[in-house]
Design a protein around this ligand. Sequence first.
Ligand code: 5GP
Length: 193
Amino acid sequence: MRELMEKIREEGEAISDHVLKVDRFLNHQVDPELMMRIGENFADAFRNEGITKVLTLESSGISPALMTAYILKVPLLFARKRKSLTLQNDLYTANVYSFTKQEYTEISVSRSFLQKDDRVLIIDDFLANGQAALGLTGIVQQAGAEVAGIGIVIEKAFQDGGEQLRRLGFRVVSLARITSLKEGVQFAEEVMC
Ligand code: 5GP
């Protein structure tokens, strides 16, 4: 998605060789018009998959996931990171190692919002080592529902999450694929030309 790549180039900041900061339009301040076009791109990519629900992880996945769900006319469900004090039996949970926080977090979704016949589109802001996306696929599978696809706003293709997920047979659509953060942001498309 060219507009997204330009935005990353103009407003993104590589804070190390592995971490990209996009607080100006995605992770802190949010650009709603860009989010809407991101939602349109995901909706176009997964329109024929019979999606019944969009699932993401709080908090940064919510903006792109909400726009996608709005366009597909399905509910948005976000997994929570904080522990619920009650109703532990009524939750699907997964343990996810956070790439940015370097610690394990339990993520959870109420059992009442995922059913066996759901076809779920998972959306997240970043794909690094795939832990967040894998945790979300685990939650969908616990419900006996189907993962119909995974939509990622920014995939860091130099980390192995994308390869892992695709090897497991998931259809992964990334709107921007970064091959390197050394000496500026390099995108996959540019490396191929
Ligand atoms: P993974 O679980 O694939 O290793 O990492 C994905 C999660 O970590 C995303 O939900 C995202 O919040 C966070 N993340 C991973 N890499 C980056 C990065 O370079 N920048 C930012 N802002 N978040 C990242």
